[in-house]
Write a protein of this length. Structure first.
Length: 210
């Protein structure tokens, strides 16, 4: 099964993608992790991305799409995958289709801006492996330490209140229109995010089997 997870920053896409990945035995393909990996690996697309990152600029669509194409061609994606963080815009979704990639369904984790603002203050991430945690909902086994690689957990600048409102504005303006794009194709399934992670998970798995 080929899936796309949609949702505003902090809606819980990362947490639910981990559950789906284990449930369906398919990898989660995170755009952020892909770009970091491409930068390290020194691939042609990675070298192109590095120029933009080092200049403090957004990596343009054509480079991101090239990195996605490289990643999806790997053997572990042969049985399906979950795209988290891509596509972010309708032009990216159209480019995905031009690549010949037909997704089976798109699951939106819907959470209000107010709830997201409350949640984000507690989010912590591992900069080394990309794992995410929360001080209330998903605590690491050892405070401040990643369960997976043992590196220190930090609060990203993007998760701080002063930058969150801008991130939400950009999401509503650029990414939210994807809901209509995929709804028109009969592929959109909306999951209302719940206070308890396990309740959201139950609804997400139900959407997979709908």
């Amino acid at each position: 099964m080929k899936l796309i997870l949609l949702g505003a920053p902090g809606a819980g896409k990362g947490t639910q993608s981990e559950v789906i990945s284990e449930y369906l035995h398919i990898p989660t393909i995170s755009t952020g992790n892909m770009i970091r990996e491409a930068l390290k690996s020194g691939t042609e697309m990675g070298l192109q991305a590095r120029r933009y990152v080092e200049a403090g600029q957004l990596v343009p669509d054509e480079v991101v799409i090239g990195i996605v194409r490289e990643r999806l061609s790997r053997e572990d994606c042969a049985g399906g995958y979950i795209l988290d963080g891509f596509p972010r815009t309708i032009p990216q979704a159209e480019a995905l289709e031009r690549m010949g990639i037909e997704v089976d369904r798109v699951i939106e984790i819907a959470v209000s801006d107010e709830a997201i603002t409350r949640r984000m203050s507690g989010r912590r991430v591992c900069l080394k492996c990309g794992a995410t945690y929360h001080l209330d909902y998903k605590k690491p086994k050892v405070d401040g330490v990643c369960d997976h690689c043992g590196d220190a957990l930090v609060q990203r600048k993007d998760d701080r209140p002063e930058t969150l409102q801008e991130r939400l504005r950009v999401y509503h303006e650029q990414t939210e229109p994807l809901k209509g794009f995929y709804a028109a194709k009969g592929k959109l399934f909306v999951v209302e995010g719940q206070e308890k992670v396990e309740d959201t998970t139950r609804l997400t798995l139900a959407a997979l089997n709908a």
